[in-house]
Design a protein around this ligand. Structure first.
Ligand SMILES: Nc1nc2c(ncn2[C@@H]2O[C@H](COP(=O)(O)OP(=O)(O)OP(=O)(O)O)[C@@H](O)[C@H]2O)c(=O)[nH]1
Ligand SMILES: [Mg+2]
Length: 196
């Protein structure tokens, strides 16, 4: 059988959770602009053009739905870099993302992407805090792990986990560029979506 998630295809974009239909199960990916979200989704799906790898931060400002298997969704949420912009844009983002995250009974996991080298930003910490308060399941994924020197990796893993009040093993370390951690994360997502 083909690898799970490799059949993923784009279905639709929405600006409001009310526009979305029902599905069997879904997982969402969120993170600040430029964290490597599109690259990670492409790597998980083993495709090059699934999620557009954009060079313009914050370009993807809608909820993007990809389907895999039968009625399983991978949901690409807009980057929150531009949430530091004008108050009006910030409010739109919060309404759209908050509405989605609290409005989906089939949501199994929120993957929060943080840059492995930079570590969690204030916005990342705010996102984690918010999900904890809402009792929503989340998992931290450290992206671009290839940017951390192997000699520094162990300490960096501990430091990133400590900032988040987590254990190093709680965080998935991946590199879309090198393929590191991708098969493991693919299986984790597939299991959450009952695809295995
Ligand atoms: N070294 C390295 N660079 C990466 C990796 N993943 C992504 N990048 C680079 O990081 C930049 C942003 O990648 P994207 O995948 O477009 O990031 P994004 O989070 O989707 O960005 P926006 O959609 O613009 O918010 C690009 O220049 C990528 O080539 C990785 O695993 N390693
Ligand atoms: Mg993107």
């Amino acid at each position: 059988m083909a690898q799970p998630l490799t059949d993923a295809r784009f279905v639709t974009s929405a600006s409001d959770v009310k526009q979305l239909g029902i599905c069997h199960a879904e997982v969402a990916f969120v993170g600040r602009s430029n964290v490597g979200k599109s690259s990670l989704l492409n790597a998980l799906a083993n495709q090059t053009q699934l999620a557009r790898v954009s060079k313009t931060p914050g370009r993807t400002r809608l909820i993007n739905i990809f389907v895999t298997g039968k009625d399983r969704w991978i949901v690409d949420l807009p980057g929150y870099g531009f949430a530091t912009g004008p108050a009006k844009e910030r409010a739109t983002w919060e309404g759209m993302i908050g509405g989605y995250l609290t409005g989906r009974e089939t949501l199994r996991m929120v993957f929060i992407l943080v840059d492995a080298f930079v570590g969690p930003t204030k916005l990342d910490l705010g996102m984690v805090e918010w999900l904890r308060n809402e009792n929503l399941p989340y998992r931290i994924v450290a992206t671009k792990a290839d940017q951390v020197k192997p000699s520094k990796a162990l300490k960096q893993r501990k430091d990133v986990a400590a900032v988040l009040n987590l254990l190093p093993g709680d965080i998935a370390w991946v590199s879309a560029a090198k393929g590191k951690g991708i098969p493991e994360l693919r299986l984790e997502v597939a299991a959450l979506l009952n695809l295995l």
